[in-house]
Design a protein around this ligand. Structure first.
Ligand SMILES: Cc1cc2nc3c(=O)[nH]c(=O)nc-3n(C[C@H](O)[C@H](O)[C@H](O)COP(=O)(O)O)c2cc1C
Length: 147
């Protein structure tokens, strides 16, 4: 059974560097490929929002065992989990969106709004609506000649 899980957390220390984030992503992606997990990680002003998708057992295992015990963040708050019929991030072993200084074409103010939107909307309904809107906006921005 496919599920999606969304949580937020606070980074330790409150400002992770480019290099710290690269380390997190490298090991996350390695395991996610092996476990067939896809998703998205957002980092903005010391806060993470992450969406994980995959088989229920793999998602919960990774969330509990590896993500939950990682000292590089704290105050984990699982906002949402839901069964899904298809993945929103099927091509991303863990897409990353960070502030402008970490080479994201997305303005940092947009990330803040997006993080609020995802965590708010996830409280009441499936993620797919806001996620689909986000994915198409982000896709457009990546292709934009103005980035
Ligand atoms: C914000 C954040 C997101 C993470 N996301 C994932 C993830 O998607 N998949 C995963 O397996 N581990 C994830 N982790 C855990 C670590 O990247 C890593 O797997 C863990 O520290 C063990 O790494 P190692 O076995 O390579 O030493 C995450 C950790 C943090 C702090």
């Amino acid at each position: 059974m496919l599920v999606e899980l969304l949580y937020c957390s606070v980074s330790v220390p409150s400002q992770l560097t480019h290099v710290d984030l690269d380390h997190i992503l490298a090991s996350a992606r390695r395991r996610n490929v092996a476990e067939n997990i896809t998703g998205l990680l957002l980092y903005y002003r010391g806060e993470f929002v992450q969406i994980l998708e995959g088989e229920e057992e793999s998602v919960f295992n990774i969330y509990e065992k590896f993500i939950g015990s990682d000292p590089r963040h704290t105050a984990l708050n699982k906002v949402h989990q839901n069964t899904i019929s298809h993945r929103s991030f099927s091509e991303w072993s863990m897409g990353f969106v960070g502030a402008a200084e970490i080479e994201s074409p997305m303005p940092s103010s947009v990330i803040g709004v997006l993080m609020n939107m995802l965590t708010d909307s996830a409280k009441s309904k499936p993620l797919s609506l806001s996620l689909n809107a986000f994915v198409s906006i982000y896709d457009q921005m990546r292709k934009s000649p103005y980035r």
